[in-house]
Design a protein around this ligand. Structure first.
Ligand SMILES: [Zn+2]
Ligand SMILES: [Zn+2]
Length: 339
């Protein structure tokens, strides 16, 4: 089958690799659309040496496709069912696996890392790790939901944002933009922060009331100035930029909430000043759980503006350009068409 492979230092290529073979309790999925995630980019930027096993593993963890071969065990969806592949799988037996949270399993395996990933024509997945997609949800929207919108939804639900709250969103890649759409729809006043103009424009389209270029002005001062000098009720950090991570902790108000979604960097905080003496609530949020999926779908349906995040997919033979576009700060979601 054809698959995208990382070769190191921001290079990748499409080449022929063996089609993965499903185990007894796994399905074979023919991928129609995969999507590039911000969390793919730190690996894309690594040298070939630092890529290690990823040099030989199909990357990507956001896949939509059709069941090409049902599980021999009889579990899971039938051949021909359109599905999202849930990015994490586990042992299937522990407390977390049984509650639909395999990302917390001690034996967690993630697409594109511990197992062959989304950016190829086929992948295998546990029969319990594929989520059927309703007919009214397009492949492109399903790919957005498979990671970014699901991630944003789960973080938003944990945050407890209420109508009338002031909400700041740092980082306006697809996850940040989805948070903007959710917060605006919930009746919050949204401040959206990103150095890329096109991303700020997109955030406005999705409901942000105020957009801020953190290069042109200090976002902490700008938001504090219109929130009694004390910051907004809730802040979402979606950029993974260490400077922004420091800024959100400074901007947070007493009794405020900071939700951290941007990973792959370390941040420095002063616990006394930034957290304890503000009685701050700091929440980490990773990905949506499998039981949340029906609510994720309902939320996506209620937000037609999410269509603005969808851009034309790159054809499979141009998949390396998709990674380069994401790396360059593409506006909206980067998709690859494998159909
Ligand atoms: Zn992702
Ligand atoms: Zn488990």
């Amino acid at each position: 089958m054809r698959a995208l492979m990382l070769t190191g230092d921001r290079h990748s290529e499409v080449r022929q690799v063996p089609r993965p073979v499903p185990a007894h309790d796994e399905v074979l999925v023919r991928v129609t659309v995969s999507a590039v995630c911000g969390s793919d980019l730190p690996h894309y930027r690594k040298s070939a040496q630092d890529l290690g096993h990823r040099l030989h593993t199909v990357p990507g963890h956001e896949a939509v496709g059709v069941i090409a071969q049902a599980a021999a065990s009889g579990d899971g969806p039938a051949e021909g069912t359109r599905v999202i592949v849930y990015q994490h799988s586990g042992c299937g037996d522990c407390t977390f696996c049984l509650s639909g949270e395999p990302m917390f399993c001690a034996d967690r395996r993630t697409l594109g890392n511990h197992r062959s990933g989304a950016d190829g024509e086929y992948l295998t997945a546990p029969a319990t790790g594929v989520l059927p997609v309703p007919a009214d949800v397009s492949d492109a929207m399903a790919a957005l939901i498979a990671c970014n919108f699901g991630t944003a939804y789960s973080a938003f639900r944990k945050s407890g944002v209420a109508v009338g709250d002031r909400v700041a969103v740092f980082g306006l890649g697809p996850v940040g933009c989805c948070v903007v759409a959710l917060a605006a729809a919930a009746g919050a006043e949204v401040f959206a922060v990103d150095p890329i103009e096109g991303r700020r424009d997109l955030a406005k389209t999705l409901g942000a009331g105020t957009v801020i270029d953190p290069i042109a002005q200090d976002p902490v001062a700008a938001v504090a100035a219109v929130t009694e000098g004390r910051g907004p009720e809730v802040i979402f950090e979606c950029s993974a930029n260490p400077a922004a991570q420091t800024q959100v902790m400074k901007l947070a108000r007493p009794h405020g909430t900071v939700v951290l979604l941007g990973a792959n960097n370390s941040m420095e905080i002063d616990p006394g000043v930034d957290v304890i003496r503000k009685e701050l609530r700091v929440i980490g949020s990773w990905v949506f759980t499998q039981p949340e999926f029906p609510a994720v779908l309902r939320a996506a349906r209620s937000l037609p503006a999410l269509q603005h995040l969808i851009t034309d997919p790159f054809p499979a033979h141009r998949a390396p350009e998709a990674l380069a576009a994401a790396d360059a700060g593409h506006i909206g979601k980067v998709l690859i068409d494998w159909s």
